[in-house]
Design a binder for this molecule. Sequence first.
Ligand SMILES: Cc1cc2nc3c(=O)[nH]c(=O)nc-3n(C[C@H](O)[C@H](O)[C@H](O)COP(=O)(O)OP(=O)(O)OC[C@H]3O[C@@H](n4cnc5c(N)ncnc54)[C@H](O)[C@@H]3O)c2cc1C
Length: 370
Amino acid sequence: MRRSDALVVGGGLVGVAIAWGLARAGLSVTLLDEGDRAFRAARGNFGLIWVQGKGAGLPAYAALTRRSADRAPELAAMLRDGVGIDVGLRQPGGLHLCLTEAELERQTTTLRRMHNQPGGGNDWEVMAADAVRRLIPGVGDIAGATWGPHDGHLDPLRLLHGLHRQAAADGVVIVTGVTVETVAPVPGGGFELTAGERRFGTDRLVLACGLGIPPLAAQVGLAIPLSPQRGQILVTARMPPVLDHPTTYLRQTPDGTLLLGDSKEQAGFDDGTTAAIGQDIARRAVAALPALRTARVVRTWGALRVMAPDGFPVYAQSATAPGAFVVACHSGVTLSAAHAFEVAPAIAAGDLSAYADFSPDRFSECATDV
Ligand SMILES: Cc1cc2nc3c(=O)[nH]c(=O)nc-3n(C[C@H](O)[C@H](O)[C@H](O)COP(=O)(O)OP(=O)(O)OC[C@H]3O[C@@H](n4cnc5c(N)ncnc54)[C@H](O)[C@@H]3O)c2cc1C
């Protein structure tokens, strides 16, 4: 039986950032990942580091997101210097392009409400169509946009690869192709995990396996209601530079391809694609950036977001099995730096009290209220 100070289940962006952070805190760490059979948001996302609009109703989330975005350059530099992987981070500020006045009004109301909530929100401003045109000369006939100065984007696959390489370089033992089936507290302390014939032992257990969390968390006394939300993404062939700033549903990568996306569907555990949603995504993208009318779509995919009922992250330690933790969120790109640099050290210290706002107790309180 392999034994380590900490076992992290899940090798997506969340799990690997936590595993690396635990290793940096001095623990011996093993990371277990199911591999290609699993749903993997980390391999199908849009690559935004997004701050504006995050945390409406939960100021602690607005603050966490901002701290993470602020430390993204430090994370990118560590991966570049440590394992030679450039994640292509750019944070020039981002836009939510609104095609209609009604959409602009809705977006503005949400951001204003956030700004007024106790604890506040993050910096943002409304931008008139003319001002947007100065940033994006080819923009279509839009009503305006909201602008967030801390927003950016990167290559999420390079981020995932870089984190895996850096974690391994810093001592994390990565075991792939294992599906953890049971996690059991051991009398006297610690946990034992089984995956087929294999067994793993640990003092500290972190469940960070996205949509695979709920059945495992239940075995250590944590009820974590997560569900899939499908997003579809279209990728175009390379084009000359047309978009210097990332937006919520359009971004151009340094090699010239454009990613079009941001659909949100309840499709269960189906991560396929549909022509109808693809058409909606394309129509909206062409309206926002007419140069896309002649773009050739070369690839399309669907992937499943890991969603809590209120859309906020879940950070928790089990009350009945102390030493067992859950880390789940739907913005694992944006929160990578926070996970590695602050959530992992808190887990290493065995104290998540600074993250009480993210406890799953908030769901049982909702249930009681109902
Ligand atoms: C369409 C889409 C667009 C997105 N865009 C953005 C964005 O622009 N910006 C942003 O910040 N975030 C974005 N996200 C979210 C982001 O991709 C995820 O938050 C991030 O990938 C982290 O996911 P994760 O590690 O929790 O889960 P996953 O990536 O799903 O990884 C879970 C891992 O756990 C493993 N696993 C599952 N069950 C088990 C088990 N029983 N035993 C062992 N291993 C197991 C799987 O193999 C998998 O590797 C997007 C997501 C989607 C779907």
